[in-house]
Design a protein around this ligand. Structure first.
Ligand code: PLP
Length: 425
């Protein structure tokens, strides 16, 4: 186990000891492990202990850690310079690859994070429609921009309240947060505010309250209602983009959002985000248009080389995605049996290769039901699994991920770890 000392020292110089809050393990208690390296499906802490990793940097590492071809691409690129502030051929190749994979994306802009992509999507939607209100769904996360860091107001279809000190009420009031999967409240909101709503942003499959799949008809109706009212529909596919196949979740359900946010997988483990969509809308960006967006390091050569190498490998592996899903299916089935034998009630939500074990009976279809989970029991399970060499996300309300590098041996070892953990739970 790595040490309290690492974290104590970090706390002397870094706010809260971490550069992103969930890394501090507040939801499960204890000191976070510090990582030294990772390879394939394994991650190693500073004491050299090895873990099977189901966090995968919160989604990006679908090829497994330190994939040789991705690393080679980054190293080779670095030798020629790490940033130019001028266009490169690789950026065009990246854009072409993504536009080819996701038909609703006619034009694209690369950013440095998913947060930037979502923040930019909101500005563009407001600029394009000339309207101000943004609709999001409770439990969906779209990065930490002011207008997206907003909680539901006191009742359904009342304007939002700040999700953090520092977000002005005036900004929060322009965001409406509705229950996910609830068409009635969506219809109400559109009836009440339709002429003022610039955009609806949604995780088509949610990862950020734990995995929740869209109910049948939810996204289809969302598309219809927004189109009728001149509201832009934004799919936040930062997690789901290239997670289920070589493209977005939108391809699988045959829905074309107006704008799509990407990140995580498309950066291959480097800081990358992207916003893409209809030509007519995207052309509103400066320099052609009047909506401002920029970035000193946007389209950075190293980030693009990692992303390109990842996407090119994924394109070749197109047929392997079903094997990826099968592995996740096997693990989840095994886990379900173990919990049942032990008499611990869990609801496992899985969509393809992302899943969450909710410590409750379920079903879990929105934030309110997700929050019924026994988070203390989850925390004990988390620490038990960690001792057995399995690294899970340090919160009940996160998705776990599979990579192409996870093997049947990893699955068996994980089930074995679960068995041992449950004995002591
Ligand atoms: C991670 C995430 C973001 C934010 O991306 P960052 O790169 O962390 O800024 C936005 N939307 C969704 C759905 C995410 O999961």
């Amino acid at each position: 186990m790595s040490t309290k000392k690492d974290f104590a020292l970090a706390n002397k110089f870094i706010a809260g000891g971490v550069n992103s809050p969930v890394r501090a393990w507040h939801a499960v208690g204890g000191n976070p492990l510090f990582v030294r390296r990772a390879k394939g499906s394994k991650i190693y802490d500073t004491s050299g202990k090895k873990y099977i990793d189901y966090v995968l940097s919160w989604g990006p590492m679908i090829l497994g850690h330190a994939h040789p071809q991705v690393i080679d691409a980054v190293v080779k690129t670095a030798r020629h310079g790490t940033s130019f502030g001028a266009p490169t051929e690789a950026e065009t190749q990246m854009a072409q690859l993504i536009c080819g994979a996701i038909p609703s994306i006619e034009l694209i802009r690369m950013t440095n994070s998913g947060t930037e992509a979502a923040m930019t999507a909101i500005r563009l939607a407001r600029g394009f429609t000339g309207k101000k209100i943004v609709v999001k769904f409770d439990g969906c996360y779209h990065g930490h921009a002011d207008s997206l860091l907003v909680k539901a107001g006191s009742g359904v279809t009342t304007l939002g309240i700040p999700g953090s000190p520092g977000v002005p009420e005036e900004t929060a009031h322009l965001t409406l947060s509705l229950p996910y999967n609830d068409l009635a409240s969506l219809r109400d909101a559109i009836t009440k505010y339709g002429s003022e709503i610039a955009a609806v942003i949604v995780e088509p499959v949610t990862g950020n309250m734990g995995v929740v799949a869209p109910r049948e008809g939810f996204l289809e109706t969302l598309r219809q209602l927004t189109a009728n009212e001149n509201i832009l529909l934004i799919f936040d596919e930062v997690i789901t983009g290239f997670r289920f196949h070589f493209g977005g979740y939108q391809n699988l359900i045959d829905i074309k959002p107006d704008l799509t946010c990407l990140g995580k997988i498309i950066g291959g483990g480097l800081p990358v985000g992207a916003l893409g969509g209809k030509k007519e809308i995207m052309e509103r960006f400066a320099p052609k248009g009047d909506v401002y967006q920029a970035g000193t390091l946007s389209g950075n050569p190293l980030a693009i080389s990692a992303g390109l190498a990842t996407l090119r490998l994924l394109k070749k592996k197109a047929a392997d995605y079903s094997a990826l899903e099968r592995k996740a299916q096997n693990l989840c089935a095994g886990l379900e049996n173990l919990f049942k034998e032990k008499g611990v009630r869990v609801c496992i939500n899985r969509v393809h290769s992302m899943f969450t074990v909710f410590f409750q009976e379920g079903p879990v279809g929105d934030l309110v039901s997700a929050q019924k989970s026994d988070t203390r029991l989850f925390a004990r399970f988390f620490h038990g699994m960690l001792k057995q060499g399995v690294w899970l996300a340090p919160s009940q309300f996160e998705s776990l991920f599979f990579s192409f590098a996870h093997s049947q041996t990893d699955i068996s070892a994980t089930l074995d770890a679960c068995k041992k953990t449950l004995k002591k739970l």
